[in-house]
Ligand binder design. Structure first.
Ligand code: PEP
Ligand code: MG
Length: 846
């Protein structure tokens, strides 16, 4: 009799990693199935469960066990280990053998693998769940585990019926020769299965006497197909032609020719679709339009051949040095993929053909910068014209290098952005906040960025405008096109070619979304009171006075953060006192007497002002930014304080100081504020508060609260600094989560330190995330400030929340090992409460 629960245990002592964090999109995206991964600290992998060995790769790096319940579990030693062709790996088992949990399966040479394989991270994936439901155990949320520790459990899904893939009708066949250099290993096998699952067809692959079902990864791998193997594809069902064509194309296209995604992606996507992290939730339909960002502006004409030649030589030398440093650093840190990219850039830089082409242009009278630009344009065009996907994929590298060298000759000034049609889904490498603002004016339906993070300033701006946005989508987006693409920024997926049924479903979801928004908006102007009677102010974050109007229209109880630096971005000089006052006054007037918190200029890190000419520093996020800037630029602060103190009514104005790390900084600004107020002959003073964005400010909140009229927690920076995870680094974006218990403890310290001294708000992105926001309220914050487009939804969530009852869960949540566990638990709590209430708040998928 088969039991009703199946437990999969750690095959070795090691460090557990979530499958979504594995740096391989096929595993991370769930194409092979759900599971977990482990970085083994011992050289033997043991059976994670009882079962029969049903597949062993010839290259010994992967094997599959089938349990008596029919569940298939793939154990894949390391990443890209297929390329080792079995070197350094010894199998202890063979196909057909029965094994017991804990029996050794294979032994490997850790030194050889550490040196030769991309990674030792070993995914453990349920490739066929036989209708059972998988759950990760507490040990599987990350960190050290002993061999044998329970990682996953499977239970029969309630009313699950294993889907039958058998079809009727005549078989059709197609013969192909495998072009996959590493043979039909786990990754392409998973892709074959994904193709089969998307089609209404039954598929078999036949090689000699061996036959495999197309929807069984283990059977496909067991065929042992190597490069140049002949295989016959058989299919029957309604989609026979389409499925044969798709599999044939996959098997006859060399693996390197496909776009590869580097970053771990959160969503599982089908072939032809792209995954990304949700920076601003929502749905959109529209044509995909790639935005090529303007290159640095360089002079067109040269100042004489000799001068320009020498300038080009010096620029190439400078860029070469910085690339070499970057390459060495990447290598030291074991980041082989990055080191390879720098290596490739260095090779282009040394390319005699490119140099010759640039020199010829200098001889024709161009400046060095312009000559380099034209030479690389030419080369890029030639690569594209080859039609070879692999070569065309190198165009992005070439563009990077073009920009890099041209920046050496850049003139100050802002290059204009290209025109884009209204209603398009824009695709770009990355955008600066000012580029985003300019593009947002054109009314895009959505935005897809190859780079970026979920708390980057572009993400913040996108949420403010309710523009669906995915970030960290990787280089695979190069050359993407589609006339009616779907951007699903709930599920983290871009679908360039959805079928009619999908389009209709998305249109219907957009219609329902609009209805829900409408219902929330109807109550948006009412106060937000929790079910246990706490009134929470829901204010809006804005960048300029035009957004103040949006804030007023959204029903916000005020402005909780006006990022004044947005007035200073994207221009050649700082706005003067009159211009600033006009913006601040317009914002106050728009809010009609409700409180408006204006933050003093927060420049530095990702927000740079070229005209301030700040020195380049190795780590700008830890450099002179926010309030620290005032010591070097006191006139800038005085002008801003004068502009602020010129508004009426002063009792609606609150001034907030960013990046405070010690109380003396706030005292210093108060002194300056006092001096300016006296100078202006004012009797009234605005309230002055501090942002809590640096761990030291959170830990010393009581001191700060003695000096401050209010505190506002900037969870974006607080998360970045507490976790040492750059908010702009797309590879860390999924983990830089405010719900990390470490960050939550800092928030708790802030609330406790300020208790009885001054109110505490939150103005980081967490305030607009319903899951996180509910916890913030339960922790005791008095105000949430969110993008105007989110005010109504957050107010709806607060009305649904019983803060006192959620507060009782706090000790358990704070004791959890990581953000993912807290997020999961919070989602469960929300769900269980929703089951007992009639209204459900909107939730942003994590
Ligand atoms: C924050 O850090 O959370 C914050 C609100 O400030 P910004 O995002 O502008 O850095
Ligand atoms: Mg900040």
């Amino acid at each position: 009799m088969s039991s009703s629960k199946l437990t999969l245990v750690a095959p070795a002592t090691g460090i557990v990693t979530l499958l979504s964090d594995v740096p391989d999109p096929v595993f991370a995206g769930g194409t092979l199935g759900e599971g977990i991964a482990l970085d083994p600290l011992e050289p033997v992998l043991h059976a994670p469960c009882d079962g029969e060995v049903v597949q062993c790769a010839k290259t010994r790096h992967a094997l599959t066990l089938k349990t008596e319940q029919g569940v298939e579990v793939l154990i894949h030693l390391g990443l890209d280990t297929v390329e080792l062709q079995g070197q350094g790996i010894e199998l202890n088992v063979a196909v057909g053998q029965q094994v017991k949990t804990g029996e050794p399966l294979c032994r490997f040479d850790p030194e050889l693998l550490a040196e030769r394989a991309r990674s030792l991270i070993t995914p453990l994936v349920v490739t066929d769940d036989a209708g059972w439901r998988l759950r990760l155990e507490a040990n599987a949320t990350g960190g050290y585990v002993e061999r044998g520790a329970a990682l996953m459990s499977l239970t029969p899904a309630a009313a699950s019926v294993a889907a039958t893939t058998e079809r009727t009708g005549p078989w059709q066949e197609r013969r192909v020769t495998l072009a996959l250099e590493a043979g039909l290993h786990a990754r392409p096998a998973a892709r074959v299965r994904a193709i089969v699952k998307r089609h209404d067809a039954e598929v078999r692959l036949v090689h000699g006497d061996a036959e495999a079902r197309g929807d069984s990864v283990s059977a496909l791998m067991n065929l042992g197909l190597a490069e140049s193997s002949e295989v016959v594809l058989h299919a029957r069902g309604d989609d026979t032609q389409a499925v044969l064509a798709a599999i044939a194309e996959l098997l006859t296209t060399p693996e390197g020719a496909e776009p590869q995604q580097e970053a771990a992606m959160p969503a599982s996507v089908a072939e032809g679709e792209f995954a990304g992290l949700v920076a601003s939730p929502g749905l959109a339909i529209g044509p995909l339009v790639t935005v090529s960002l303007p290159l640095p502006a360089v002079p067109y004409d040269g100042r004489g051949e000799a001068v320009e030649r020498e300038d080009l030589r010096a620029a190439l030398e400078g860029v070469g040095r910085s690339l070499e440093n970057a390459r060495e650093q990447a290598e030291r840190q074991g980041q082989r993929a990055e080191a390879d990219i720098f290596e490739a850039h260095l090779a282009w830089l040394d390319d005699p053909g490119l140099l010759e082409s640039a020199t010829a242009r200098i001889e024709a009278g161009r400046s060095a910068g312009q000559a380099w630009r034209e030479a690389l344009d030419d080369e890029a065009e030639q690569l594209r014209a080859t039609g070879n996907a692999l070569l065309a994929g190198r165009v992005a590298d070439l563009r990077d290098l073009q920009r890099h060298v041209m920046a050496e000759f850049a003139e100050a000034g802002v290059a204009p952005l290209p025109d884009v049609p209204e209603g398009a889904i824009l695709v770009a490498d990355d955008l600066s906040p000012s580029q985003f603002v300019a593009l947002a004016e054109r009314g895009p339906a959505g935005l897809c960025l190859k780079a970026g993070g979920t708390t980057s300033h572009v993400a913040i701006l996108a949420r403010a405008r309710g523009i669906p946005c995915l970030v960290a989508m990787g280089e695979a987006l190069e050359d993407v096109s589609g006339e009616r693409a779907v951007l699903d920024a709930h599920a983290g997926r871009l679908e360039p070619a959805p079928d009619e049924a999908r389009l209709a479903a998305v249109r219907e979801a957009l219609r329902r979304d609009a209805e829900l928004r409408e219902a929330e908006r109807a109550e948006a102007f009412e106060p937000a009171v929790t079910r246990d009677g706490r009134e929470i102010e829901v204010a809006a974050n804005i960048g300029d006075s035009s957004e103040a109007r949006l804030a007023a229209e959204s029903g916000a109880d005020g402005v909780g953060l006006m990022r004044s630096e947005f007035l200073f971005l994207g221009r050649d000089t700082a706005p003067d006192e009159a211009e600033q006052r006009h913006e601040y006054q317009t914002s106050l007037t728009a809010l009609g007497g409700k409180p408006v918190i204006i933050r003093t200029l927060d420049i530095g890190a990702d927000k740079q002002l070229p005209y301030l000419r700040l020195p380049e520093v190795p780590n700008p996020a830890l450099g002179v930014r926010g309030v620290r800037l005032w010591h070097d630029q006191p006139a800038l602060l005085d002008t801003q304080l004068h502009a602020l103190l010129g508004v009426v009514p002063l009792d609606a104005l609150h001034i907030m100081v960013p990046m405070v790390s010690e109380v003396g900084e706030l005292a210093w600004v108060r002194e300056r504020l006092e001096a300016v107020a006296v100078e202006r002959g004012l009797t009234e003073r605005p309230r002055l508060g501090a942002m809590v964005e640096v761990p030291s400010a959170a830990l010393c909140a009581a001191n700060l609260a003695e000096q401050a009229d209010f505190l506002s927690i900037g969870t974006n920076d607080l998360t970045q600094y507490a976790l040492a995870m750059d908010r702009e680094d797309s590879r860390l974006a999924a983990r830089a989560d405010v719900l990390h218990p470490g960050v939550l403890r800092l928030i708790q310290a802030t609330v406790e330190g300020a208790a009885g001294r001054c109110p505490v708000g939150v103005c980081g992105a967490a305030a607009g995330d319903p899951l996180a926001a509910s916890l913030l309220v339960a922790m005791g914050v008095d105000e949430l400030s969110v993008e105007p487009a989110r005010v109504a939804a957050i107010k709806a969530m607060i009305r649904w929340l019983d803060a006192a009852s959620l507060a009782r869960e706090l000790p358990d949540l704070l004791a959890m090992p990581d953000a993912a566990s807290v997020r999961r638990r919070l989602a469960e709590i929300h769900e269980s409460v929703s089951d007992t209430t009639t209204t459900t708040p909107e939730r942003i998928p994590s």
